[in-house]
Design a protein. Structure first.
Length: 329
C-alpha cells in the first residue's frame, strides 16, 4: 500500500500535467499547455516521483518518455480524469434542474414557425429559467404530456386531446409547393384532390399532415402516392425544386425559407388546410412556477395572432414579386 503522502500528490492538476507532459514529450510544453510555471510543474512531478519512489519519465536531451511505472500511472490518471468529468456532468445536470428547467415537446410546424421566437422572448424576461425543447409529431407530443416526459406540449389539433388541458396557441395554413414548371403552377389555388395524380413528398413522422392528406385521398377515391419522406420542410422544398414531386408545408414556413428559386405555392380550398395549433398540459394547476409562466406566455401568443401580429394570409402580395413564388438559394 502506498503511503498517504502519495494520495496528497494525486490531485487533478498534477494528473493533467502528467498527461500533458507524456503527450507533448517535454516538461516545458506540458507545463505551458496546463498554464503552470515550469518551476512549479517540475516541483509537482518531482514530488509525485518521490512519493511513489520510482521515476515516471526517462529524461533525454530530445525529450521525455514514460517509464513502465509512468505508463501504469497514466492509465489510472486517464480513468480518474474521466471520472471527474462524469462527476462534473452529473452535478451540472443537478444545477440545470435547480435552474427551473421546463421540458417542452412541440410538433415540427410550430417549431419551424412560432416556438423559437416565443421561447426567446420568454427567456429574455426570465433569465433563471431554462427550456429543454424537443421536436416530435403531434401524436407523440400528446403521449409525452400524458406520460410526464414533457411539461408543456405544442401540437396540431386533430380533435383528440385525451384528458389533457389545452389552450389555443396559433393558427397556420397549409399550402401546396410545386416546381414553377409544374402543370399546376399557374393555378394559384387548387383542391388537394387535384394534386393526387402527382408524387408527394412527406415529412418523417408528421402524423397530422399525413393523416389528413390520406383521409382526403380516401374521400376522393384516389391513392396518395408518398414517393419519399424527408426530415424537414426545407429539405422538402429542395426536393420539389429538384423535380421529385409536390409537398404540403405551412405557408409561414414557405414564406420564411427565401430568397426563392423555382418554387410556387398554391392555396388549398380544403377546410382542413387551416390548422389550429394548441398548447397542452396535463393540469395547469400542477405545473411548476417556471412551467406555469411559460404556459401563460405561450397562450398569450394566441391573442397577439388574433390581433394580426403574426399571420399573413396566403395570396398576399410580397414586395417586389409574385405573391406565390419563392426563390430558394
Amino acid at each position: 500500500m502506498y503511503p498517504i503522502s502519495l494520495l496528497h500528490h494525486l490531485d487533478l492538476t498534477t494528473l493533467k500535467l502528467l498527461l500533458s507532459i507524456s503527450e507533448e514529450g517535454n516538461l516545458t510544453r506540458g507545463a505551458r499547455r496546463e498554464s503552470i510555471a515550469i518551476s512549479a510543474a517540475s516541483k509537482r512531478l518531482l514530488g509525485l516521483e518521490q512519493a511513489i519512489g520510482l521515476p515516471l519519465f526517462i529524461r533525454k536531451s530530445k525529450g521525455m518518455t514514460l517509464t513502465a511505472a509512468g505508463e501504469t500511472l497514466l492509465d489510472h490518471a486517464r480513468q480518474m480524469l474521466q471520472g471527474a468529468q462524469r462527476i462534473h456532468a452529473a452535478l451540472m445536470e443537478h444545477a440545470r434542474q435547480a435552474q427551473d428547467c421546463v421540458r417542452v415537446a412541440a410538433n415540427p410546424s410550430s417549431i419551424a414557425q412560432f416556438v423559437p421566437d416565443d421561447v426567446s422572448h420568454f427567456l429574455n424576461a426570465h433569465k433563471r429559467i431554462c427550456v429543454d425543447l424537443q421536436e416530435d409529431s403531434s401524436l407523440n407530443v400528446l403521449q409525452a404530456i400524458e406520460a410526464g416526459r414533457a411539461d408543456i406540449g405544442v401540437y396540431a389539433d386533430n380533435g383528440v386531446a385525451h384528458d389533457l388541458y389545452c389552450e389555443p396557441y396559433r393558427q397556420d395554413r397549409l399550402i401546396m409547393v410545386v416546381h414553377h414548371k409544374h402543370p399546376l403552377a399557374p393555378r394559384g389555388q387548387i383542391s388537394f384532390e387535384e394534386s393526387l395524380d402527382n408524387h408527394h413528398i412527406g415529412l418523417h413522422g408528421n402524423d397530422w399532415i399525413l393523416n389528413h392528406a390520406m383521409k382526403s385521398s380516401l374521400e376522393a377515391g384516389k391513392p396518395l402516392d408518398i414517393q419519399t419522406q424527408v426530415p424537414s420542410f426545407e429539405v422538402l422544398c429542395r426536393m420539389v425544386q429538384a423535380g421529385v414531386g409536390v409537398g404540403l408545408i405551412p405557408y409561414q414556413v414557405f414564406k420564411s425559407l427565401g430568397p426563392p428559386k423555382n418554387l410556387v405555392s398554391l392555396d388549398l380550398r380544403d377546410e382542413w388546410a387551416t390548422r389550429h395549433l394548441k398548447v397542452v398540459v396535463r393540469n395547469p394547476r400542477h405545473l411548476s412556477p417556471a412551467a406555469g409562466k411559460l404556459f401563460t406566455h405561450l397562450t398569450q401568443a394566441n391573442n397577439e395572432q388574433r390581433a394580426g401580429v403574426w399571420l399573413a394570409r396566403p395570396g398576399e402580395r410580397v414586395a417586389g414579386g409574385n405573391p406565390h413564388q419563392l426563390f430558394m438559394s
